[in-house]
Design a protein around this ligand. Structure first.
Ligand SMILES: [Zn+2]
Ligand SMILES: [Zn+2]
Length: 337
């Protein structure tokens, strides 16, 4: 089933034509729990991976045996899903209490290599905004599920670009670590429903005169709305949440900097500003950004499947992987909000 984002409540570019210079497309992934094949674009695999090629591993030195068992993460999610809409039974509560953080694998030393987690497999044929090295049409994203890496003390992301036509064979069983740092580092397996949409630059990164004009327009709207029907949603036309940036997992587009001031993300090799390639968001939308909910998902019975389909929560909700537009082989960087 396709997913279609409704038109924005206001055509902001018609009101502010200068915004045309700050427009970019993004492909919303619309991940939903499901059973993709190794040939499909997906979240959490299965990856199209040659059986004779080594699976990527984390070789950084950090504790790898303390955290949550992968099996326990899955068990806890099943119990949560089964008990949706009712109180948990004593048995379920007891089971959940047993699925806790501990040193589950004392035999794994800090320097031992552990398999990375499969995070996403993205085909350019499905995702128009996926732009990689010339001739490479398949991106596989992995991370080490311990927040022990780099200055942000975050997961360690590894990108693998492939030529899809040259990639054969599939592992019967995908390697994965036995223990992870946090359940929220583990994506739920999802099919994706890519949809290209249009975004506009984050407000504080627009030229000052344009930003001020949009701010003034918004303030006028809020003033007009005051005292009227309290069901009127002031977020419904807010530039940041409703008009410029789509929530949820997406490829391309712009980055939000609502939690901090904007921080430049420039390539450390050549200095080129690096746009986000993949945005990982803990929800597909929230009350402020509800206008982005696809028509197909606006059903209360679907809520649990569509709001947090991947179960991933990194940073304060957002993790972005930025790549260099000049040379996609230059090292990527992460940013968080
Ligand atoms: Zn690691
Ligand atoms: Zn570069």
């Amino acid at each position: 089933m396709t997913r279609i984002t409704p038109p924005r409540p206001v055509d902001i570019e018609a009101l502010f034509p200068a915004l045309a210079g700050f427009r970019r497309t993004a492909t919303r992934l619309h991940p939903r729990p499901g059973g993709p094949s190794a040939q499909d674009s997906s979240v959490a695999g299965p990856m199209l991976w040659p059986a004779d090629e080594p699976w990527p591993v984390c070789t950084a030195v950090h504790p790898k045996g303390t955290g949550y068992r992968m099996a326990d993460v899955r068990r806890a999610r099943l119990i949560d899903a089964d008990s949706q809409g009712r109180d948990k039974t004593d048995e379920e509560r007891q089971a959940l209490a047993g699925l806790q953080r501990a040193t589950h694998a004392p035999e794994i030393r800090d320097e031992d290599p552990v398999p990375l987690l499969a995070i996403a497999q993205l085909w350019a044929r499905d995702i128009p905004d996926l732009r990689g090295p010339e001739g490479y049409d398949l991106l596989q994203v992995f991370w080490c599920p311990f927040e022990a890496h780099g200055p942000d003390q975050s997961v360690e992301v590894v990108l693998k670009w492939r030529r899809g036509a040259d990639t054969r064979g599939t592992l019967s069983e995908q390697p994965e670590p036995a223990v992870v740092g946090r359940p929220e580092c583990v994506p739920e397996r999802c099919v994706v429903h890519p949809e290209q949409i249009t975004e506009h630059e984050y407000i504080d990164l627009l030229p000052a005169d344009l930003r001020d004009a949009i701010d003034a327009w918004q303030e006028d709207l809020l003033d007009e709305g005051e005292g009227e029907d309290e069901d009127d949603d002031p977020f419904g036309i807010e530039y940041g949440s409703a008009l410029s940036l789509a929530p949820g997992w997406k490829v391309g587009g712009f980055a939000t900097w609502h939690a901090t001031d904007p921080r430049p993300v420039d390539c450390r090799t050549c200095g080129t500003p690096m746009p986000p390639l993949l945005t990982v968001h803990h929800v597909e939308w929230d009350p402020a950004s509800a206008s982005w909910a696809p028509e197909e998902d606006r059903r209360p019975d679907l809520y649990r499947h569509v709001i947090t389909p991947t179960k991933v929560y990194l940073g304060r909700g957002y993790m972005r992987i930025h790549t260099c537009p000049t040379n996609p082989w230059h090292p990527h960087q992460l940013s968080f909000q």
